[in-house]
Design a protein around this ligand. Structure first.
Ligand SMILES: Cc1cc2nc3c(=O)[nH]c(=O)nc-3n(C[C@H](O)[C@H](O)[C@H](O)COP(=O)(O)OP(=O)(O)OC[C@H]3O[C@@H](n4cnc5c(N)ncnc54)[C@H](O)[C@@H]3O)c2cc1C
Length: 421
């Protein structure tokens, strides 16, 4: 190895799994690997775990995995289980289509459609992982360098600590992944010109007519809005996603934005939506920690082959491997699917580690590429204008729930089929 890892112990069928990044994907990967009896060490750059982010929708493809890990008991009381997904017009408020969720989703897909606060999901994952055997979670530890050129192991430098060695390195270090650059050297993700403005409002602060427990997606030309309840229905998560041809918005979570900027991005709306937007406090501050934050959206081309998901002893997972538009609400879902597939691959004891990771990559790359493409396409459909918009609305009127349901997505079982479209 170029800068030398001390050999840190014997080798057995239990692998030493190093995880760079302790977000949703890193925690999920840790759980999936620890469940197979592997030793797991997670390194997270931030000193405090997880209280960032806003709402996350989890389709049954993701909750089925959490269910199989025994986590739904802890997560469900913190989440909301909406009865319907309702699609409406931004300008008129007219309902374009409705998809029943709730018990219908459970019956059809064997697991619920949940809406959660990211911090709650992260806490449930982190608590579960920290209680498993042979697991350590180190916070305030930035992975700064890695070396996977040796046959017998992978070596990683974390801050100023002595290098650590493992059998497998999981790059779950998000959009700006250092692991990805060490593996693929393909440069930074590209700005999309789309911005997501996110806010959270206490349900008690909303006028009674606005206290909706459904997921509502409002469609307008070049913009859409998604709102859904989280925290057992106590808060409403609101996201305005707009095509904005500027790049002044930083990449971080905490880019506070005054309400007028969001209203400008949204343009004219029906009264119901205007009332919802007006319910968000004007400016973020100590009294209003959940007012508008702007989040510039970045992308990479869809995964082009298994080599982009894993090489030798290093696997990429979640946003590090396949950042995507949030328009299919599947970024966290795909990270959880990746984690399950990785755990399964590392349970194949007849294979060596590079073969196991190859198996993981072959299982995941097409599925992730397809979901990336569909998420982007959803943006085009959501933001349609002119004739395209008329065609979309007609199709919604004619097909309703059939058009909104996604069996290829929600019915997928990781590891059983490559694509299950
Ligand atoms: C507006 C918006 C709405 C969304 N809505 C949904 C939704 O409804 N449903 C859904 O499934 N997904 C949604 N997503 C996507 C989802 O949030 C992400 O895809 C998901 O959180 C990715 O998880 P991750 O663990 O791969 O990356 P991250 O959550 O980014 O975690 C990466 C972690 O790695 C750490 N890290 C980075 N570099 C290093 C380093 N060098 N050393 C150590 N640690 C490091 C970071 O601090 C971070 O904790 C949404 C995204 C956006 C922007």
């Amino acid at each position: 190895m170029v800068w030398g890892c001390a050999d840190q112990g014997g080798h057995s069928s239990a692998a030493q799994v190093l995880v760079a990044g302790g977000g949703i994907g890193g925690m999920a990967a840790g759980i999936a690997c620890a469940r197979q009896g592997h030793t797991v060490r997670v390194f997270e750059q931030y000193g405090v775990l997880g209280d960032v982010g806003a709402g996350v929708q989890l389709g049954p493809n993701a909750t089925r995995i959490l269910q199989s890990w025994g986590l739904l008991e802890a997560l469900t009381p913190l989440a909301s289980q909406p009865e319907n997904l309702v699609v409406r017009s931004v300008s008129t408020g007219r309902i374009l289509a409705t998809l029943p969720l709730g018990a219908t989703t459970v019956k059809r897909y064997g697991a619920p459609y949940l809406c959660v606060h990211r911090a709650d999901l992260h806490r449930v994952l982190a608590d579960s992982l920290s209680q498993m055997a042979d697991v350590s979670i180190r916070v305030g530890r930035s992975v700064v360098e890695l070396d996977d050129t040796e046959e017998e192991g992978v070596c990683m430098r974390v801050g100023d600590d002595p290098p650590v060695q493992g059998d497998v390195l999981v790059g779950a270090d998000g959009l700006w992944s250092l692991t990805r650059q060490a593996l693929l050297s393909d440069g930074a993700p590209q700005p999309t010109g789309h911005v997501a403005y996110r806010a959270m409002v206490s349900m008690a602060d909303l006028a009674p007519a606005l206290r909706d427990q459904n997921v509502t997606v409002w469609l307008g030309p070049h913009v859409h809005v998604v709102q859904y309840p989280v925290r057992a229905g106590e808060s409403m998560n609101v996201v305005v996603a707009a095509q904005a041809p500027f790049s002044g918005v930083a990449q971080w979570w905490d880019n506070a934005t005054p309400a007028f900027e969001v209203k400008n991005a949204l343009g004219n709306t029906c009264k119901a939506l205007a009332d919802m937007i007006a319910s968000v406090p004007d400016e973020r501050g100590i009294d209003h920690p959940d007012a508008w934050l702007a989040w510039q959206l970045f992308e990479r081309p869809p995964v082009a082959g298994p080599d982009e998901m894993a090489r030798r002893r290093v696997a990429l997972l979640g946003d590090a491997a396949h950042p995507m538009f949030p328009y299919l609400a599947q970024g966290a879902g795909m990270a959880i699917e990746d984690a399950q597939a990785l755990g399964r691959a590392l349970s194949m004891h007849a294979l060596n580690v590079p073969q196991q990771l190859r198996h993981y990559a072959l299982n995941r790359w097409e599925r992730n590429a397809f979901v990336q493409q569909r998420a982007k396409r959803n943006g085009d459909i959501f933001h349609a204008d002119g004739f395209k918009r008329v065609g979309r609305d007609l199709a919604m009127w004619a097909m309703g729930a059939k058009l909104l349901d996604q069996p290829w997505l929600y019915g997928y079982e990781a590891g059983t089929s490559l694509l299950a479209k």
